[in-house]
Design a protein around this ligand. Structure first.
Ligand code: PEP
Ligand code: MN
Length: 336
């Protein structure tokens, strides 16, 4: 349920409504817009009668939200959410490109990649220190040492850092180093991890699980929002289908579908979405044409030598071309 306050409602009127909601054991989420304040009622709505709120001073309307996700819905918040990551705004007019290697491997590799992607026009640097790998024998990431290298690279290049957290016990240390914390596809359903990331003061990049429905994806975002972290960016990274020519099937349908249903920004990861270096550029362009707010792209100075995901990593030269072409498509669809 959402309570829409009249434009002339005072802070006292808003407090009054919030108090009534809390007295019933429900949560109130206050969203102050430029013109109006909207209060979301979170919890079992059957506990509250609509009239009880509708008749309070300067309440304009009380509207039920029919979707299972509330705070993530457009019904709750009409204007697009813009998430600030180290001064880079995701969800605004500009298309944002996050680039870097799958894994942080060593200082030379991460520093060189960062400098090259920055020169080509990347806005933020990605790189995993904690890696979710299919095989227990594969490279698992450098852990805290990887985080320290990322911090060093940020210091030198000024690029904000996006890096993955795999479990709640590591949330604090990853958040200490990262400018944006990534939840990987395998962890999208991990509600305990989502709850712990709801309490950190860092934006979250939430990747879609490869078998998640749109509803499940937005419900995972709801865990973050309802737990108090409103800085959430969604990421489509491909789903499992019957096709065998690509690692996953990039579900670009979800981009405009999310924009209809939610105010949250959504970016696209064509690297994991295709698993193929040669498909990354065309699918990046398609993603921007479909309305994505940005891209997450794996770039490695020597893809053949990468310790993870080399087959889908593009070279810095390819990335340069990608940025130029993405800019052209962005302009064609009214973005920057
Ligand atoms: C990654 O971004 O390197 C990654 C592991 O992605 P996903 O969680 O989408 O598989
Ligand atoms: Mn990867």
């Amino acid at each position: 349920m959402i309570v829409v306050m009249q434009a002339r409602a005072t802070d006292q009127d808003i407090e009054n409504v919030v108090g009534q909601i809390r007295d019933l054991g429900l949560q109130a989420h206050v969203s102050r817009g430029t013109e109006r304040t909207i209060i979301g009622v979170i919890g079992d709505e059957r506990l509250i009668r609509k009239e009880r709120l509708a008749l309070l001073p300067h309440v304009d309307d009380v509207i039920p939200i029919l979707k299972p996700y509330k705070l993530a819905s457009r019904e709750f918040k009409q204007e697009n959410t813009v998430v600030d990551v180290a001064g880079v705004r995701i969800g605004g007019k500009a298309v944002i490109i996050i680039a870097g290697p799958c894994s942080v491997e060593n200082e030379e590799q991460i520093m060189a990649t960062a400098e090259l992607v920055k020169a080509a026009g990347a806005h933020l640097l990605r790189g995993g220190a904690y890696k979710p790998r299919t095989s227990p024998y594969a490279f698992q990431g450098l852990g805290p040492d990887g985080l320290k290298l990322l911090a060093k690279v940020r210091e030198k290049t000024g690029l904000g850092i996006v890096t993955e957290v795999m479990e709640s016990s590591e949330a604090e240390i990853v958040a200490e180093y990262a400018d944006m914390v990534q939840v990987g596809a395998r962890n999208m359903h991990n509600s305990k991890l989502l709850r712990s990331l709801a309490r950190i003061n860092k934006p979250v990049l939430l990747k879609r699980n490869f078998s998640a429905t749109l509803n499940e994806f937005l419900m995972s975002a709801e865990y973050l929002l309802s737990g108090g972290n409103s800085r959430v960016v969604l990421c489509e990274r491909g789903i499992r289908t019957f096709v065998d020519y690509s690692r996953n099937t990039l579900d670009l349908n979800i981009v405009p579908a999310v924009h209809q249903l939610s105010h949250l920004p959504i970016i696209v990861d064509p690297s994991h979405g295709t698993g193929r270096q040669d498909l990354v550029l065309p699918m990046s362009l398609a993603a921007i044409a479909a309305g994505a707010d940005g891209l997450l792209v794996e770039v490695h100075p020597h893809p053949a030598e990468a310790l993870s995901d080399g087959e889908q990593s593009i070279t810095p030269e390819m990335f340069q071309t990608l940025v130029q072409q993405v800019r052209a498509v962005a302009q064609a669809v009214g973005r920057l």
